[in-house]
Design a protein around this ligand. Structure first.
Ligand SMILES: [Zn+2]
Length: 137
């Protein structure tokens, strides 16, 4: 095929976020703009899935404008495998802020590793967005 672009991972059947659901019915709905995250944890899951499927527009629009980068650099040697939510504080329907602690497992050149981070989320114009995080891997 002549018009082939940089191969992105094929749309997965099982949602990368770890919930027992199909991608199309889970984070896919948020990525397509058909649903909004109801909690900071749900936004966290959808952003992990967006990294897994390399959905840059979704990552950028779910990023707070104050901390949002101009572009997302996807490392082609890195494959996001699995998300483990370790805990969360606030981030619910009646909150304006929330934190989620997680471990994101990935393969880098075939080697398994994980990123451990506390991420901060806030509401921006009513929607949950990612603000920042402190990572120690
Ligand atoms: Zn999902």
């Amino acid at each position: 095929m002549a018009r082939r672009r940089t191969p992105a991972p094929a749309a997965p059947t099982d949602c990368p976020c770890g919930l027992p659901a199909r991608y199309a019915d889970c984070c896919g709905r948020l990525h397509r703009g058909e649903a909004a995250a109801g909690s900071a944890e749900q936004l966290m899951r959808s952003r992990f899935s967006a990294f897994a499927v390399r959905d840059e527009p979704y990552l950028l629009r779910s990023w707070h404008p104050d901390t949002r980068p101009a572009a997302v650099d996807f490392d082609p040697s890195l494959r996001w495998e699995r998300l483990e939510i370790l805990g969360s504080a606030e981030g619910g329907p009646f909150h304006t802020e929330g934190t989620v602690e997680f471990r994101a497992h990935y393969l880098e050149g075939g080697r398994a590793d994980a990123l451990h981070e506390h991420s901060r989320f806030v509401r921006h114009r009513g929607e949950w967005v990612y603000l920042d995080g402190d990572a120690d891997s």
